[in-house]
Design a protein around this ligand. Structure first.
Ligand SMILES: Cc1cc2nc3c(=O)[nH]c(=O)nc-3n(C[C@H](O)[C@H](O)[C@H](O)COP(=O)(O)O)c2cc1C
Length: 415
């Protein structure tokens, strides 16, 4: 346990303390109160009323059906499918179709669309709606250099007419199904676009706007700028979903209290910690959350998740993904370094069973691991844009073959 993070008591009045178990959280949240009755309301996305107002962030290679299902067993809210590239989807790319797939027990069903061509994203949305999808999100924050260099992803909000055209095409095809967008704050600190882009989203009929409060240049480094979420909330009337650095359930309450946003999007905090959604449900309902699981229970969750991945993706792809999940679930536990060192030798679920048996099932959850990032690192980048991108505003897709190739490769990476 380090100096910042500890088992602390729950900050409840003295007379109740003895009855309550110690709260397991970082020191900064020792006294963060649970939600009061009616402090927050359900997140309304057209006909959907989501309680708690919590959204699982779309994450490529992560939020496939097995992980969404697992998260849903703990909590409630909205669980978004990883980004699905419009062109690959329309061309019937087998793996893209698998990754966009769902099951009858999944409600509401939510898919994130990625594309820069209004005709393609409209056609994809029409097809998703025909299949019964309940919510559609548009990815406007992809910071991958080969995409932004050709005018896609996080470059799009800087072309307001193209942005409007994309959203209009999706909203029209979606009919009654709510469409949202997920933005970053801009290209870099000098080129911020989130307020203007939020207003375009509102004018074109989006049901809400999500903001990952970092620039594309920041990637995942530093801290998210929650003030930007508060400013966006002031600038638009549609619901605002705040995103960035929700590691503990308490951060979600803090973000909503600080910014006034209507819901939160949770990304890296739930990697290897799907029970975070149970903790979120508890604190939004005004209850102290249960303690995080011990190693033995973590191993059981990981084992079930691994089995589901192998069944969904097939043994080869499934086991490749399992390796990264072993790393994420066991982060901070004693013995996890040895386990990580042997991941290359993990060729079957039996290998996984043997590796997990070697761990100490009674070890409590390591508190420092509550706030440690399990993916993406702390790199920054200089964002490349096409020449003259910020000077012109055109409502048509940037139709270079380089962008097509870059976007196609996103759907391949997404697995
Ligand atoms: C592994 C990984 C994959 C991601 N893939 C996507 C994606 O497909 N679409 C998207 O909009 N954002 C994607 N993101 C960004 C997250 O949705 C989220 O905006 C970001 O992680 C910030 O939230 P956090 O601080 O809670 O992690 C991804 C993030 C990670 C860590």
């Amino acid at each position: 346990m380090n100096g910042d993070e500890q088992n602390v008591d729950s900050g409840q009045p003295e007379q109740h303390r003895s009855a309550l178990p110690a709260r397991v959280c970082s020191a900064k949240h020792a006294a963060t109160p649970v939600a009061k009755a009616k402090e927050f309301g359900p997140l309304g996305l057209k006909q959907l009323a989501l309680w708690p107002p919590v959204v699982l962030a779309p994450m490529a290679g992560v939020t496939n059906l097995p992980f969404r299902r697992l998260c849903r067993t703990y909590g409630a809210g909205l669980y978004v499918c990883e980004m699905i590239t419009a062109r690959a989807y329309l061309q019937g790319h087998a793996r893209t179709l698998l990754l966009s797939s769902s099951a009858p027990d999944e409600y509401p069903r939510s898919v994130q669309v990625y594309g820069s061509n209004p005709v393609e994203v409209g056609a994809m949305v029409g097809s998703l709606v025909d299949q019964g999808v309940d919510h559609i999100d548009l990815n406007l924050g992809c910071p991958v250099p080969k995409v932004t260099r050709n005018g896609g992803g996080a470059a799009i909000p800087h072309r307001p007419r193209l942005l409007a055209n994309l959203i209009r095409s999706m909203v029209r095809a979606a009919g009654d199904v709510p469409v949202t967008v997920k933005l970053r704050t801009g290209i870099d600190d000098e080129r911020l676009s989130y307020l203007a882009a939020g207003r375009v989203a509102q004018e074109e009929g989006c049901a809400a706007v999500g903001l990952h409060a970092r620039t594309a240049a920041q990637l995942y480094s530093g801290t998210a700028d929650w003030n930007a979420i508060g400013e966006l909330k002031q600038a638009v009337k549609i619901p605002v979903l705040g995103n960035g650095d929700i590691w503990e359930c308490w951060d979600a309450l803090e973000m909503m209290r600080q910014t006034g946003c209507d819901g939160v999007i949770v990304g890296r905090g739930c990697l290897g910690r799907p029970w975070l959604f149970a903790e979120l449900a508890s604190v939004f309902d005004g209850r102290e959350p249960a303690h995080p699981p011990k190693m033995g229970e973590v191993a059981n969750v990981l084992r079930a998740h691994a089995q589901a991945l192998v069944e969904f993706l097939g043994p080869a792809m499934g086991l490749l993904q399992v390796r990264k999940w072993v790393d994420w679930y066991t982060k901070g536990f004693a013995g996890s370094a040895r386990l990580r060192g042997n991941l290359g030798a993990l060729h079957s679920l039996d290998d996984l069973d043997r590796a997990l048996q070697a761990l100490d099932a009674s070890e409590p959850f390591p508190v420092p691991a509550l706030r440690s990032s399990r993916a993406k690192g702390s790199r920054t980048q200089k964002v490349a844009l096409p020449a003259g991108w910020l000077e012109r505003d055109d409502d048509q897709a940037p139709c270079s073959s380089d962008l097509q190739a870059a976007e196609d490769s996103l759907s391949i990476q997404a697995g």
